[in-house]
Every structure is written in C-alpha cells, then in structure tokens.
Design a protein around this ligand. Sequence first.
Ligand code: CO8
Length: 262
Amino acid sequence: MSYELILTDVRGDGPLKAGVITLNRPKQLNALNDALMDELGAALKSFDADDGIGCVVITGSEKAFAAGADIAAMASWSYMDVYKSDYITRNWETLKSVRKPVIAAVAGYALGGGCELAMMCDFIIAADNAKFGQPEIKLGIIPGAGGTQRLPRAVSKAKAMDLVLTARMMDAAEAERAGLVSRVVPADKLLDEAYAAAESICGYSLPSLLAAKECVNRAFEAPLNEGMLFERRAFHALFATEDQKEGMDAFVAKRKPAFKQQ
Ligand code: CO8
C-alpha cells in the first residue's frame, strides 16, 4: 500500500526486522488528522501481520513527533460529528491492538494527541530536544485519546494534573525523571538508539516478546494477584516453545541462540 502522510521502511539484517513508520506532515508539525491516523493504523496492522517483522518504531521529524490532533480540521466539528463517527476510537486505538513491541522515538514536540500517541507505544526514547505536553485546555477541550488516563499512570497524579491543567510543556529531562520516557539521547543519535533497541528486540524470540508485552500491559488492568497469575500462566506456557529450549541450550553451551520464532 502506498501512503501520503507517513513513510514506512524496514530495517535490520536478522531474520526478524524492524518496521519503521515516520509521521510525515512536516508543514503542520505532523498534526494528526483522520487520513494520517488511517494510514498509521494500516501500516501498523500490516507490520503486525508480517512474520518477518519483530518490532515497530514510530517516529516524526526533528522538530515534531506530532503537535497534536489537527486543530484546523477539528475546529468546526459538532458533538454529533465526533460522536457518530466514533472519532478517536475508530482509528486511534489501532495502536493499542498491536501485539508486537512498538517504540516511540520522539524528537521535538509531542503535544496533545502527539503525547497520547507516544504514550500508547510500549516505551518512549526521547531526543534531548523533546517536549511533552497536554495543552488541550488552551483550546477549550481536554485530552481525548488517553492523556488524562495514561499520563497519571506514567508520571503520577501531581505531574499529570500540572500538565493537563496548566498546559505547560515538560522537557525531555523532566519526562525522564518523571518516568514518562525510558531514556534520553542526543537529538542526532535518536534514530540510531531507537534502531539499536529495535535490533535487540528483533534478536529475541517473538513468542516471548508477545508474552512479555501482554504481561506488562496486564499490570495496568488487573489487581496484583490476577496479574501475577496471568504472568505465571504465560511463563509456564513459554516452556512449550522451541525457543525456550534453544535459548537455554545456547546459554549452557555458551553460544548465540538461533531462535526459530516458535
Ligand atoms: N493542528 C493543526 N496545525 C498545527 C498544529 C495542530 N495541532 N500544530 C501546529 N500546526 C501548524 C500551525 O498552524 C502552522 O501552520 P502554518 O504554517 O500554516 O501557519 C505550522 O503547523 C507550524 O506551527 P507554528 O507556526 O505554530 O510553529 P511554532 O514553532 O511557532 O510553534 C507549537 C510550535 C508550540 C507546537 C505550536 O504549533 C502549537 O502550539 N501547536 C498546537 C499544539 C496543541 O495545542 N496541540 C493539541 C491539539 S488538540 C489535541 O491533540 C486533542 C487530542 C484529542 C485526541 C485525539 C483526537 C483526534
């Protein structure tokens, strides 16, 4: 499929490769309109279904990961426009259904829907020029793609309230201290770091990656005992894979594992 508002690429030399999606509406600082979100969803589904892909990286430009949902497009919408078209749920939540690991590589602005999109990824690697914020309050609205829910889980209620109510931006260092991003790297090294992380992930066994992602996400949905049980069942189940035998045999034999992805 050809895309107009995103670029896609496949990187890596191993049997599993990384699918890379670059948001590409530079003049609008990657403002997320419906067409872009449809393309993003299609690319994500395609990479998720591709047996040769082990991980996905989503990135933007040096100036903006995404400056939010497209304000010009939203300006004239009515309640019925957004309610009847199931706005947000329809195409924003595709990202939530991706089973493979998804890394957000964020440089520049990640605001409003852009911050929410980054938070829907499994982890965020930030360039030192990244700025995160939920400035919707300035527009007379509130975050609508999870900002009021994922941000407090990531950075505490105090900081989430601060960002959502004052609309101030948080720089990369503060975002790392607060736990929103997993690492901060120099802006000119962002993609190298993200690709290196993706390459490590792609070197592992996909069944264990899928299970690990599912279990960590369960921690946000289930009480501790239920989450522990869920993890234990997944842990037990991985002993039915050929890759568990291969991983452990390789360790004992002091050689590199050759995972079969099954
Ligand atoms: N939507 C549409 N166009 C945008 C957006 C946006 N979110 N952000 C920037 N642009 C456009 C500008 O209009 C401008 O276009 P033009 O050149 O035609 O005038 C171009 O991008 C460059 O922007 P600026 O000139 O403003 O660049 P600056 O470097 O001066 O400022 C900022 C950069 C600070 C990022 C500034 O552009 C800004 O404040 N942008 C808006 C940020 C914002 O409010 N984001 C939240 C949007 S609402 C939202 O995300 C709701 C999410 C709800 C869930 C998802 C539902 C869809």
